[in-house]
Design a protein around this ligand. Structure first.
Ligand code: NAG
Ligand code: NAG
Ligand code: NAG
Ligand code: NAG
Length: 434
């Protein structure tokens, strides 16, 4: 063997023979490589991005699976402990997401993206990397608007670049929305932009570090369609499975953000914003009646089953359900670990925008921004206070007193749940007094 590499006079002839055999072998090896490598190239796509990811495209197993998934095929396998698929309780034409396999996400994307091969050409589809799931009138649009100024973050294609209304409304065709299948929900996210931009990793492979997200503040509190999730037992008065279960199933690593504002002021804003009423007299009346309704329901049912009951919700002329934070936080925290939910108190957020934006960037695991950009991101102040609320003036002290007594009790549950006394908002009440 050593002689192969010996360049002496004696071994010249043999060396030549060995060399030509070696060359011939090498030639076939190269030919083999070329043939085998070009085999999957039947997928002719022009963008350089796709070519660099050809190894993912050419894996027949994963693409076949994807294709079936994206055609909405329901797998007859146990998708998650606790129920069987297809679900025996299937009784609506709402998609049974828990019985569909989630996509296999590509490692070269920071954002959850995958190849949909159901059409002629495989193409990239993406889901949200982060989701702001609540709460209405706490500043979620303000936060979202600032977030998309980060060079790594892009908005989605829906309302305000933020609101998809998918998980709790469009999925069910609720609130006069056209019913939206999961495949259409995927259209909401701009996979072109996510794949356009790429950075070089240390190993020189291509990688997209662009992320996108959504913000649907109703996802926090509106679980009234739970009976349409087939894994739930409709003989019971409250659900085992809600939107967070579906989200976790499809996008297990999603980063969740929730903003919580002092619940009484939030309620007052939501009242006008949602056109529940026009003045503080009607607000007072509707609060009294809503508290009565909740109290009555609670005598026979758990608070959670009252709040997730559409009949009860329809009787409430003031959106008090959205301020009952502990009930909904528990629904979300039962599904997602604490580390996966970033909680911001609205009042703290407004006081220190740079600090909170930096925290959010960290939570999202995206780059720090320059001081200049951070200034830009935090410079503009949005006061999105509802005009009608402004002209109506503050609520009556009497109404506030009634609500304070009610929410002090509810907030105690939240303080326990989050293990943090700032969620009794006592500091805010103190400053409001002066
Ligand atoms: C549904 O709930 C009812 C009432 O609690 C119970 O009797 C029944 O066994 C449950 N059904 C299933 C399939 O778990
Ligand atoms: C919802 O509320 C209505 C009215 O009080 C009640 O009849 C019904 O049993 C409730 N449903 C559930 C699932 O709790
Ligand atoms: C912030 O950035 C935007 C877009 O780059 C730019 O148009 C604007 O002038 C900047 N504003 C400030 C205050 O720096
Ligand atoms: C609650 O928070 C305190 C500090 O604020 C901490 O020492 C304690 O371990 C926490 N308890 C739980 C159960 O997380």
């Amino acid at each position: 063997m050593i002689q192969i590499f010996h360049y002496g006079k004696k071994g010249e002839k043999r060396d030549y023979r060995i060399k030509s055999t070696f060359l011939l072998l090498a030639f076939f090896a190269v030919l083999y490589l070329i043939i085998s490598y070009s085999a999957p190239m039947d997928i002719q796509l022009d963008s350089s991005f796709v070519l660099t990811h050809v190894k993912y495209l050419s894996s027949p197993k994963s693409s076949e699976t994807l294709s079936k998934e994206m055609q909405g095929e329901v797998k007859t396998q146990r998708a998650k402990p606790g129920y069987n698929c297809p679900s025996p309780g299937r009784r609506s034409n709402t998609e049974d997401l828990l019985c569909q396999n989630p996509p296999t996400y590509l490692p070269n994307f920071k954002n959850p993206c995958f190849y949909d091969k159901s059409g002629d050409k495989p193409y990239l589809r993406c889901l949200p990397y982060f989701h702001i799931f609540g709460v209405c009138k706490t500043g979620t649009t303000d936060l979202f608007t600032r977030l998309v100024k980060h060079p790594q973050v892009i908005p989605n294609k829906e309302f305000l670049g933020k609101e998809t209304w998918y998980w709790t409304w469009k999925r069910y065709g609720k609130n006069r929305q056209e019913k939206m299948p999961f495949t259409s929900y995927l259209d909401v996210f701009d996979s072109d932009k996510i794949s356009d931009m790429k950075v070089s990793n240390q190993d020189h492979s291509l990688y997209s570090d662009i992320i996108t997200g959504s913000g649907d503040p109703m996802d926090f509190w509106d679980h009234t369609q739970w009976k349409l999730i087939p894994q739930n037992n409709i003989s019971q008065s409250e659900p085992d499975y809600t939107a967070p279960n579906l989200i976790k199933h499809m996008i297990p690593d999603i980063k969740l953000i929730v903003m919580l504002r002092e619940p009484i002021e939030r309620l007052y804003s939501h009242y006008y914003h949602g056109s529940f009423g026009n003045d503080r007299e009607s607000f007072h009346r509707d609060v009294i009646s809503a508290l009565e309704t909740v109290k009555k329901c609670r005598q026979s049912f758990t608070l959670r089953s009252c709040l997730y009951n559409q009949t009860i919700m329809n009787q409430l002329n003031v959106p008090i359900y959205a301020s009952m934070y502990h009930v909904h936080m528990k629904t979300w925290m039962d599904v997602f670990p604490k580390e996966q939910i970033h909680i911001i108190r609205t009042e703290d957020f407004s006081k220190d925008l740079p600090g909170h934006m930096t925290d959010v960037f960290k939570f999202l695991d995206i780059s720090d921004v320059s001081q200049n950009l951070l200034q830009n991101i935090t410079a503009t102040r949005h006061e999105r206070e509802t005009q009608q609320k402004k002209s109506a003036g503050p609520m009556f002290p009497e109404t506030r007193k009634i609500l304070k007594a009610f929410f002090d009790k509810e907030n105690r549950e939240l303080v326990k749940l989050l293990n943090d006394t700032k969620f009794n908002w006592e500091d805010i009440f103190q400053t409001n007094k002066n």
